[in-house]
Design a protein around this ligand. Sequence first.
Ligand code: SAM
Ligand code: ZN
Length: 289
Amino acid sequence: MRKESAAQLVNEYKELMTCPICNSDMDVVELRSIVCKNNHMFDFAKQGYVNMLTRSVKSNYDKALFAARHEIIMKTHLYEPLHKRIMEIIGDDLEKHRKDYPAILDAGSGEGSHLTQIIDESNDSLIGVGVDLSKEGIRMAASKYHQAIWLVADLANIPVKDSTFHVILNILSPANYKEFKRVLSDFGLILKVVPGPNYLKELREAVFGSSEKKTYTNAETVSLFKEEFPMVNIENITYTKRLEQAELRNLMEMSPLSWSIDDRSKEELWNQESFEITIDLDILVGKQR
Ligand SMILES: C[S@@+](CC[C@H](N)C(=O)[O-])C[C@H]1O[C@@H](n2cnc3c(N)ncnc32)[C@H](O)[C@@H]1O
Ligand SMILES: [Zn+2]
């Protein structure tokens, strides 16, 4: 049963977890719930995730968006070069700081495909934990991917202990550096992936036309990251891929960009038979020390 196997996995790694309410240690009871010393209890959902939010939040991201991201990542393989490079960076780092079972946290994991690809193809035995505010995203991740731990939680209050994670991934998602520093281990590595100026530029042009909104810079995000992690290395990864119609439609569904598109341009784009798209991403690689 999915719920029980997920609970078993959490039980194995319960030392990583902390109560989001009182910060005490957590235990797994009857392969059903996670409970802390003060009896704060969080149940496993039947899909195998745990909702550890302490307040209710509304997410802009819905099921259709996550389903489209899943297709684009797992079937179109749009981010394959990114995954490969991330794996190399992690592999090189783990060689220097060998750990038995390094823990990797995907902060803002969405529907979990990036983390899964990276864990699956890595030569190291990694234990993955995916955290996202969106229940839809985490539910999808937990039902599809059984080798990682999936938690609905806020990056402002990540229910894991101090200094426990060797790697944090933060792909196209907001960051909380105070929390990231808290949970990273001594020689921990953080990889934040942010769009470069040409990321999805063809889609951006279709949405905003020639208006000024289409120019985008990540300078502010990069300088904030540098303030928090001065030992930073920035790598750019740029490539293009031609998408077939169904893939283009998924791309439109998966990107918050198309929330601002007008109906006419949307229809025009929707009916294109194929479409070339640019991926331009910066990988900000920081070290705890
Ligand atoms: C553009 S999506 C990227 C998701 C995934 N990394 C990917 O690339 O497919 C941004 C994600 O950040 C999540 N997010 C936003 N604010 C968050 C917060 N405070 N805590 C946890 N997740 C958050 C959203 O729910 C959403 O899944
Ligand atoms: Zn508690």
